[in-house]
Design a protein around this ligand. Structure first.
Ligand SMILES: *[C@@H]1O[C@H](CO)[C@@H](O)[C@H](O)[C@H]1NC(C)=O
Ligand SMILES: *[C@@H]1O[C@H](CO)[C@@H](O)[C@H](O)[C@H]1NC(C)=O
Length: 328
């Protein structure tokens, strides 16, 4: 089934786009028309079993900007300044691209939580400073109008948000009946086949034998901020997963109970112990019960609710699907 990148396959101006060059297709590209050097991108998503609904969540882990031929990090020439997370937040909030605070919070919510305990703002800061500012089409001298401070920042993060919506990893896997499970393991071939659509051949990554992330190697036709992304024609990195017996880990904690007065007295019974919980089959990874809901500002709580509702719908859909299969 071809569930792809509709968003990115439908260029806004077909005529204009068909004339645009694909990054990494030649060495003499105009750095304002197409990212060059540094035209190979790796969009990374990471799985968090204890975030979101019952089936965990695939959030944005980051973006790599690579040199086309060496396929090493392209970070020798920067095209824009480094910024602090306060500056990045302010540029994004001011930009019409996010449509205000709700849009900005939604975009932040698409990111996986930092493994070293940074807030998402710090993760954005790191991503801009190590990747975004090395994209040549964000060079101030490429902008038609005189670019103010922060040019490119909002464009960079909104593009990552579009990529996240394009690569529907959880759905691609569940369409192939691959869901988080504590008694089923998967082969690398099964996972890779489920995620390969059209010419996209993502690379699956593991922590030991536990599925952890997916890498989507990409080129872009046109500027990073307005071009259309395509599967990279060449990318050398191999999966580090074993060929068989890959664990797609289920939740290790109970979902946060829905708040209601009746629930109050039961809450202490449902609450998991305040200690780290380890998966017996993989002692190297520890999972903590997510405390974020408590710290969330009101805006984010609203967001989470919406997200949960979406999840519920999806669960119903899945339940329907299973029922139908039982009947067969
Ligand atoms: C460039 O990237 C390499 C590999 O990720 C890293 O080790 C190095 O510190 C980076 N250099 C700069 C100037 O960011
Ligand atoms: C799992 O990971 C740990 C630490 O990263 C490592 O020491 C161990 O050898 C790995 N086990 C296997 C089976 O690869």
């Amino acid at each position: 089934m071809l569930r792809i990148p509709q968003l990115l396959l439908l260029p806004p101006l077909l005529l204009l786009t068909s004339a645009q060059e694909l990054s990494c297709s030649s060495s003499g590209s105009d750095p304002c028309s197409v990212p060059s050097p540094g035209g190979l991108f790796v969009f990374r998503q990471r799985f968090e079993p204890d975030t979101g609904g019952d089936y965990g969540s695939w959030g944005i882990d980051g973006l790599e900007v690579l040199d086309c031929t060496s396929q090493k990090t392209h970070n020798s020439t920067s095209y824009a300044p480094t910024y602090t997370h306060e500056q990045i937040g302010s540029y994004c909030l001011k930009s019409p691209l996010f449509g205000g605070e709700k849009g900005y919070n939604d975009a932040e919510g698409e990111w996986a939580q930092s493994e070293v305990g940074e807030g998402v703002e710090e993760v954005w800061e790191r991503t801009w400073n190590t990747a975004g500012r090395f994209v040549s089409t964000f060079d101030a001298k490429c902008q038609k109008k005189k670019a103010g401070a922060g040019a490119g920042v909002a464009e960079f993060f909104i593009t990552l948000s579009k990529l996240q919506k394009t690569f529907t990893t959880a759905h691609l896997l569940s369409d192939a009946d691959i869901t988080p499970s504590d008694d089923t393991t998967y082969s690398l071939r099964e996972l890779t086949n489920a995620l390969s659509t059209g010419s996209y051949k993502p690379i699956v990554q593991c922590d030991n034998s536990t599925l952890s992330s997916v890498l989507w190697p990409l080129n872009v036709r046109g500027p990073f901020q307005s071009g259309s992304f395509e599967a990279a024609s060449s990318f050398d990195r191999k999966s580090n997963c074993p060929s068989e017996g890959i664990i797609y880990p289920p939740r290790t904690t109970l979902a946060t109970p829905k708040k209601s007065d009746d629930d109050e007295e039961w809450e202490h019974l449902r609450r998991p112990p305040p200690r780290p919980i380890t998966l017996s089959h993989d002692e190297t990874r520890m999972y903590y019960r997510s405390e974020t809901a408590k710290e969330d500002p009101v805006g984010k709580l609203g967001l989470r609710k919406e997200h949960d509702e979406e999840r519920d719908e999806w669960k119903e859909e899945r339940a329907g699907k299973q029922y139908w299969r039982d009947e067969l």
